[in-house]
Design a protein around this ligand. Structure first.
Ligand code: IVH
Length: 669
């Protein structure tokens, strides 16, 4: 390809990828498979790294993030970001509508929209291109978080269609879907991290992360609710929303908005969504009602805090009253104690609630809970119901206060609470049956060793009978012992033993995850396995060596060190080794570790390999492929027609430049 052809190809790929992004995020109708998308993206990134002269900060390849921001610059809003007056009552809403009608002289058209529960954002566009994104802050000035917002797939970086003003601002709400939130929390818990309280907190928390590539992994989405410019071609909010959809913004679907001409229409919209809001894939906390015509908005004006042309009607958080029967305490595999309220079953927001989380001792003290209390249970932003208050007048005579336990409910060991932590822990990690069971249950779980035909009940039974106390004991179980248990037939014993046998073949990364090292979730286990390759090398790695691995921070590194320094864990690892589990990364046919620890950048085209082929070859032999040359690069693998910029950068950084022939010789050695 000539350089000109490359430029055209790059532009074409960018357009194509943005169009697929649009179908996926805005229209919810993907046009190609994830794999095909990834392949197109890879072609684009390859070309971009070979031809840095065609660099573009708005390229779809930039959506994976990577920029680190230490301090977000403060930006003054051109027009203040006001908040909305809000009400929970239909009467007050009617007052608002009457007031508006009176000051205009007739009943104007209103636009009803859902009130999305996330974080407000202001995004500027110039000449059809994303310019910057700023948080609401105090309404006058906010933080510039452009790098983070650019990773959100539903925020267009380059507008499509025509008719957009040369310079304008859109405002909208960034939020996390309920599914995305639950999935992310599940992963966090597996990795030993504190789960987020609700989708709103996790959305606003995500936006303030310093590493935009971390933000890119968060399931964020953005709805647009306001367009601001002096040069809009339409004079009403409703019409401008429709144009914004043409330009590539995500606006609410037909059923999620209404242009209402009467108060009844507005009330019907509210009632509909008050009932149906739980079916939406994201959380809403009310309905926003706005005067549609811009001229009328201007006429009505604003107070210092909020516009007079709009109001938010907020839904009541759904609440129910029921009896607190008991408080139980769960012991996790790390020894953390979680109190759980056992409730008289009650219907709330369409589901029967029997339990509510109480989080920790402080929460119980704050509520002043007594057994037998009538409590109010709420399912608002949070997905897990919570107790918000006690109905004191209804407290039974002689009711006893709930006191947080001071000994482990399972093994009786005095609990500890570390300085500055809210959680109590049972410190008996080697003897507490609940912790032993929890760890073994984690070990056999689907994402870890995936031992079929064995569930939590079997683990409980085996631990209670004293037949196992650690995962390694599973591999010593004999058929006779198992058959001697009640309720186990020959067939089930056979099944269990054969799934244990099969688990010996599970990859090292799964074994590593199954060990249950704190903060080492699935992804971290994969990273560590691929980097260190053998458990002995991981066990011997220093904090420096650990934190040198991509995305491994001090907290994980310290936890790994602590695990491998513990004699009990060393013994466990040795026993699992003897049981025949995989303790190293297995090499595929024809692979080696000849290039282990070496980082390559590949540029240009080759005679004996395709570009992806040569990269695969590097990885097959344990090397790493990076996309751009830096001081961390070991070799620049130069094909024919290599870009001059790469060569310059390699020379400046003292990176060795090798030819295809040189590479082949390197492998032959
Ligand atoms: S309109 C000047 N529409 O609610 C009024 N706001 O207090 C501009 N919000 O922080 C706001 N959904 O982030 C509007 N459909 C919607 C909304 C919405 C959520 C948020 C907004 C703001 C708060 C208003």
């Amino acid at each position: 390809m000539t350089t000109d052809e490359v430029r055209v190809r790059i532009e074409q790929l960018r357009k194509e990828l943005e169009a697929h992004n649009h179908s996926y995020y805005q229209l919810d109708a993907p046009t190609i498979s994830d794999r095909e998308f990834d392949e197109l993206m890879r072609s684009l990134s390859d070309l971009e790294s070979q031809y840095p002269q065609f660099d573009d900060p708005l390229s779809p390849s930039r959506r994976v993030g990577g920029q680190i921001t230490k301090d977000f610059p403060t930006i003054q809003h051109k027009r203040p970001m006001l908040s909305l007056g809000n009400t929970y009552s239909k009467e007050e809403l009617t007052d608002f509508l009457n007031r508006t009608e009176k000051s205009i002289g007739y009943f104007p058209a209103f636009v009803c929209e859902l009130k999305y529960d996330g974080a407000a954002i202001s995004i500027h566009y110039r000449n059809g291109q994303f310019e910057r994104a700023v948080t609401r802050g105090d309404g006058q000035q906010g933080d510039e978080i452009s790098a983070n917002v650019k990773t959100i797939g539903s925020v267009p970086l380059r507008l499509s269609g025509s008719g957009f003003p040369e310079e304008f601002e859109v405002r909208g709400e960034i939020f996390m879907t309920k599914d995305g939130f639950l999935k992310m929390n599940e992963e966090r818990q597996q990795a030993g991290l504190e789960p987020f309280a609700n989708p709103r907190n996790s959305a606003s928390g995500s936006l303030k992360m310093q590493d935009s590539s971390e933000v890119a992994k968060r399931p964020l989405d953005c709805f647009l609710y306001y367009v601001l410019s002096e040069q809009l071609s339409h004079s009403s909010h409703w019409e401008n929303l429709a144009s914004a959809a043409q330009w590539g913004f995500k606006v609410p679907t037909e059923d999620m908005k209404l242009r209402a001409e009467t108060a009844d229409d507005i009330m019907r919209f509210i009632e509909h969504w008050d009932l149906k809001r739980h079916d939406l894939p994201f959380e809403v906390d009310g309905v926003v009602i706005k005067v549609d015509a811009y001229a009328l908005q201007e006429e009505l004006g604003a107070t210092a805090k909020s516009p007079r042309w709009a109001i938010a009607y907020k839904f009541q958080a759904e609440e129910a009253r029921t009896r607190l029967n008991e408080v139980r305490y769960q012991v996790g595999r790390t020894g953390a104690i979680t109190p759980v309220a056992e409730l008289e079953p009650v219907l709330l927001a369409g589901t029967v609630v029997k339990r509510a989380s109480l989080h920790n001792a402080d929460q119980i003290a704050k509520l002043g809970l007594h057994i037998g209390d009538q409590v109010l249970v709420e399912k608002g932003g949070e997905i897990i119901p919570k107790i918000t208050a006690v109905v004191l007048e209804e407290r039974p005579l002689m009711a006893s206060a709930v006191h947080f336990i001071d000994r482990c409910p399972d093994c009786g060991t005095p609990l500890i609470r570390k300085e500055g932590e809210a959680q109590h822990y049972c410190p008996n990690d080697q003897g507490c049956p609940a912790q032993l069971k929890g760890r073994i249950e984690h070990f056999i779980s689907r994402k870890a060793m995936d031992i079929e035909h064995m569930g939590p009940e079997t683990v409980d039974l085996l631990v209670d009978k004293g037949m196992i106390s650690r995962s390694a004991d599973l591999y010593r179980l004999r058929a006779e012992e198992l058959l001697a248990l009640d309720r186990t037939g020959e067939k089930s014993v056979e099944n269990l033993l054969s799934s244990l046998q099969r688990s010996r073949e599970q990859d090292f990364e799964r074994v590593l995850f199954a060990l249950g090292i704190r903060y080492v979730g699935e992804t971290v286990a994969k990273k560590l396995a691929r980097h260190f390759k053998h458990i002995d090398r991981l066990a011997a790695a220093s904090l420096e060596e650990l934190t040198a691995v991509d995305e491994i921070g001090m907290r994980i590194a310290e936890s790994v060190r602590q695990f491998f320094e513990d004699p009990a864990q060393q013994e466990l690892v040795e026993d699992l080794k003897s049981a025949g589990l995989q303790m190293e990364v297995r090499l595929a046919e024809g692979s080696s570790d000849k290039l282990s620890g070496k980082t390559f950048v590949v540029s240009g085209s080759f005679e004996h390999f395709s570009r992806s082929g040569i990269k695969a070859e590097i990885e097959k032999h344990g090397g790493r492929v990076a996309s751009s040359v830096s001081s961390k690069t070991d070799f620049l693998l130069a094909g024919s027609d290599m870009g001059p910029a790469k060569k310059k950068k390699a020379e400046a950084n003292g990176v060795a430049i090798i030819s295809e022939q040189g590479f082949i010789e390197m492998l032959a050695l």
